[in-house]
Design a protein around this ligand. Structure first.
Ligand code: NAD
Ligand code: IPM
Ligand code: MN
Length: 365
């Protein structure tokens, strides 16, 4: 039978709670498809700062690199918020993405029919939304130099960051976006701030230059401020969105709320080769950590993306997606997506219901 090695990075806050659920679901879906997983759990983020003294220990990055795929919970928390930059949990995550060279971050936002009333938008606006944010993940202002703290000519304190993109960085993410749009509904919207920022003018020019290779994809460009507005005005106009690191971070959190909760949104981060990194788009949710309240479905669906995009195991991925749908159809809801008439459950119980659904499913055709 097939066997894969998976590095698990539970991290902080609700991270360990949601990873524990995703691990059981992976094990069950795997066993039903004759796939064995060898899990290796490694410290990362605040947990690694406390135990090893750095947010991304060398052993953790090495294990991640050597495995077939990496599944991360979430990192960060109040305890480490005042740490110096190189000792922040978030710095560990950026180093991990950089170390794995996963430049393409796919963040799908789909309004499931069962959750159309959980959206804060009107049902008729939210229903049927199915979009994909393709976020550039290893460049832009998150990594650009120069950066830091200093003083200006008047002796005043300043701080600065740099938004910088090389042509190869824009081209490779644009390529992923065009290919993604081609496999979806053939519409690609590139989001930038080309009316102000040179890096965005360059981005727009490079994306436009690739369009002739994709005559079947309808390309449009939109400024990010307008895109933020259009996402809540009429989200159904979007199919695939491609954007830089920071705009993608912000717009994907915004898009998540259309679907009902940030607790539902998975992501896949992929490079040219090597293992992919799979994580929910939400953070460590310190406000609900340790209370068995977290919605594990974003992480469970990230595990499905791991199977599909990371390992090419589409049948096992489909099993997980179907099981999530079935548990929702049977009325189970964590607090973030709960509404009258549904069954309110905690993180663990939601996981158990997904397992029951997966176990009782007919084989995937
Ligand atoms: P957050 O996503 O952790 O939480 C925002 C809000 O959403 C909170 O009210 C939280 O309770 C809720 N929420 C998030 N995930 C949920 C889930 N699965 N189920 C139910 N509710 C959920 O964002 P934040 O509060 O801005 O950040 C908290 C910490 O997480 C910070 O340290 C931040 O840097 C870090 N963070 C990490 C990641 C990551 O690991 N990839 C992503 C975002 C933020
Ligand atoms: C995310 C997070 C991270 C990001 C932080 C924690 C570094 O917000 O994964 O969306 O900004 O990319
Ligand atoms: Mn984010």
């Amino acid at each position: 039978s097939k066997s894969y090695s998976i590095t698990l990075l539970p991290g902080d806050g609700i991270g360990p709670e949601v990873i524990s659920v995703a691990k059981s679901v992976l094990n069950l879906a795997g066993s039903l498809e004759g796939i064995e997983f060898r899990f290796k759990e490694m410290p990362m983020g605040g947990a690694a700062l406390d135990s090893v003294g750095v947010p991304l220990p060398e052993e953790t990055l090495a294990a991640a690199r050597q495995s077939d795929a990496v599944l991360l919970g979430a990192i960060g928390g109040y305890k480490w918020d005042k740490n110096e930059k190189h000792l922040k949990p978030e710095t560990g995550l950026l180093l991990l993405r950089q170390g794995l060279r996963v430049f393409a971050n796919l963040r799908p936002a789909t309004v499931l029919p069962q959750l159309a009333d959980s959206s804060t938008l009107k049902r008729e606006v939210a229903e049927g939304v199915d979009l994909m944010v393709v976020r550039e993940l290893t460049g832009g202002i998150y990594f650009g130099k120069p950066r830091g703290f200093g003083t200006n000519e008047k002796g005043e304190e300043i701080a600065f960051n740099t938004e910088v993109y090389a042509s190869y960085e824009v081209d490779r993410i644009a390529r992923v976006a065009f290919e993604t749009a081609r496999k979806r509904h053939g519409k690609l919207c590139s989001v930038d701030k080309a009316n102000v920022l040179e890096a965005s003018m360059f981005w727009r020019k490079r994306v436009l230059a690739m369009a002739s290779e994709y005559p079947d994809v309808e390309l449009s460009h939109m400024y990010v401020d307008n895109a933020a507005m259009q996402l809540v005005r009429n989200p159904k106009q979007f199919d695939t969105i491609v954007t830089n690191n920071i705009f993608g971070d912000i717009l994907s959190d915004e898009a998540s709320m259309i679907t009902g909760s940030i607790g539902m949104l998975p992501s896949a981060s992929l490079g040219k080769s090597g293992p992919g990194l799979f994580e929910p788009i939400h953070g460590s949710a310190p406000d609900i950590a340790g209370q068995d309240k977290a919605n594990p479905l974003a992480t469970v669906l990230s595990a499905a993306m791991l199977l599909k995009y990371g390992l090419g195991e589409e049948r096992a991925a489909k099993r997980i997606e179907n099981a999530v749908m079935d548990a929702l159809n049977r009325g189970f809801r964590t607090g973030d997506i709960h509404s009258a008439g549904n069954k309110l459950v905690g993180c663990k119980e939601m996981g158990e219901e997904v397992l029951k659904s997966a176990d009782s499913q007919a084989p995937v055709a």
